[in-house]
Ligand binder design. Structure first.
Ligand SMILES: CC(C)(COP(=O)(O)OP(=O)(O)OC[C@H]1O[C@@H](n2cnc3c(N)ncnc32)[C@H](O)[C@@H]1OP(=O)(O)O)[C@@H](O)C(=O)NCCC(=O)NCCS
Length: 159
């Protein structure tokens, strides 16, 4: 995907595939949300989604004045849970200082455009029930409850 420039709150916003040099900023933004700098985890996410080798995997960053202010990660999954191929967004984060300026909206639009280019027509995500911020954001982008639900159980220790 070529870099795409849009204007958000009067400032130029560039959205492009992540580069290795962006990772420190990605880790720092994630740490503001989770409280943990998970360097090893992010390196493995970069190797899996960030190298641009697979068209169905996207790891995009948003920059203003050359500084990373947000990112989004997702992939196309085929026939998972019996469902036709759809685009999953499994991470989106905007620097707390840069929120409510439309950056999240532009990141979701960019990854959605990539999914459309890949031929899928459905966008999916998963979020914690009590994450009202994420719920407000995704609802504002037109996402609603879908046909799948999540189920889980705690596994016993092996005998
Ligand atoms: C959710 C998030 C990505 C939104 O990014 P953003 O750049 O602030 O979003 P936008 O400015 O594009 O907002 C779009 C819409 O989302 C909704 N929204 C965003 N932030 C909101 C808030 N704090 N309260 C209520 N609604 C909100 C609004 O409807 C907003 O539209 P409006 O500004 O016209 O009212 C950002 O708040 C974030 O990174 N939060 C933490 C995410 C997180 O927990 N990630 C870890 C799990 S993946």
């Amino acid at each position: 995907m070529p870099a795409k420039a849009v204007e958000v709150a009067g400032a130029a916003l560039v959205i492009r595939p992540v580069r290795r040099a962006d990772l420190d900023a990605v880790i720092a933004i994630d740490a503001t949300v989770t409280g943990l700098a998970k360097r090893k985890y992010w390196l493995s996410v970069y190797r899996r989604y960030g190298t641009g080798e697979r068209r169905d995997q996207q790891f995009l960053v948003a920059l203003t004045q050359g500084r990373v202010v947000g990112f989004v990660i997702g992939e196309v999954r085929d026939w998972e849970f019996g469902s036709p191929p759809c685009g999953w967004v499994f991470a989106i984060d905007v620097d707390p200082q840069q929120r409510l300026k439309g950056v999240g909206t532009q990141l979701l639009a960019a990854i959605s455009a990539g999914f459309r280019r890949g031929g899928v027509r459905t966008l999916r995500t998963m979020l914690a029930r009590d994450n009202t911020l994420m719920l407000s954001f995704f609802r504002s982008q037109g996402l609603m409850a879908g046909p799948l639900m999540s189920l889980e159980t705690q596994l016993e220790d092996p005998a």
